[in-house]
Design a protein around this ligand. Structure first.
Ligand code: IPE
Ligand code: IPE
Ligand code: MG
Length: 258
């Protein structure tokens, strides 16, 4: 058992917010001569295990890239299968979420989801809203560009509700802080670490605004093969990164902001 101090210090260096681009389900299945949907089924098991692992480690926020705004381009049966898995996941994992005080949230365009998925997702988000453990954010029908456009619409609607706002006043009111408040989950801090499995070096429209200063970790493993040990390794690598946020590293080891 680690003593209180060492467990506290390891907790202090945990990335509070981890995002995962869970990629490679299809290739995992194809390499085994199986159909792509089998890979998504295995991917779901990996996602469940990862929620448990991240919660046990003490991660505060875990964003799982589950379905992008571009994934609708895939065959209808694959899309339908993934949506069915989401419903299954929400129903099957509620007890686990309650026992572990896990709050489930959504990022993305809720209005564009099929009615049954939307209903179950909204119900789960509401039922877990007061849980104070880890927050799991399901990025579902999520695209970073789409989020920015939706945020801009919210921002403009809010601004023009005020009397006497003309174009000049509107533009003057447009600040990073104010705009950020209009994103899908403004209370959640930006991701510290984004993991992508299956070896691709791209962001694929994930958290474009929020990931301005995020650290990236690319794993060659396909998502269904990803384990708690892999997560721990990613966190170990993250701990060694020197995050400067555009500032300079001071001699005391603190980042100089101004
Ligand atoms: C990730 O695995 C799951 C989703 C994008 C929904 P893929 O289905 O993209 O798997 P590959 O990239 O084709 O192997
Ligand atoms: C990103 O994976 C989306 C999710 C993991 C949900 P994709 O498989 O859609 O990304 P690309 O097409 O390889 O960029
Ligand atoms: Mg893929």
């Amino acid at each position: 058992m680690p003593d209180e101090n060492s467990s506290r210090s390891s907790l202090l260096s945990l990335p509070p917010h981890v995002g995962i681009i869970m990629d490679g389900n299809g290739r995992w299945a194809q390499e085994r001569g199986q159909i792509r949907t089998q890979g998504h089924l295995e991917g779901l098991k990996a996602a469940k295990a990862m929620v448990k692992a991240a919660s046990d480690l003490g991660i505060r926020y875990l964003t799982l890239f589950t379905f992008s705004t571009e994934n609708w381009k895939r065959a209808a049966d694959e899309v339908g299968f993934i949506m069915g898995l989401v419903i299954k996941y929400l129903k099957a994992e509620y007890d686990f979420a309650r026992e572990n005080r896990i709050r489930v949230r959504h990022a993305g365009d809720m209005a564009g989801l099929p009615e049954d998925v939307r209903k179950d997702l909204q119900e789960t988000c509401e039922a877990t809203a007061n849980f104070t453990g880890m927050q799991v954010i399901l990025a579902l029908n999520y695209g970073g560009r789409d989020e920015i456009i939706r945020a801009f619409r919210r921002f403009a609607l809010r601004a023009f509700r005020e009397p006497g706002v003309d174009a000049e006043k509107f533009l003057a009111s447009l600040t990073e802080t104010g705009f950020r408040e209009c994103l899908d989950n403004p209370d959640i801090p930006d991701p510290d670490l984004i993991i992508r499995t299956a070896g691709e070096f791209r962001i694929s429209n994930f958290l474009l605004w929020e990931a301005a200063y995020t650290e990236y970790y690319i794993s060659q493993k396909y998502w269904p093969d990803w384990t708690k040990e892999d997560l721990e390794e990613a966190i170990e690598t993250f701990r060694k990164r020197d995050r400067r946020f555009g500032g300079l590293k001071s001699q005391s080891g603190e980042t100089v902001h101004e």
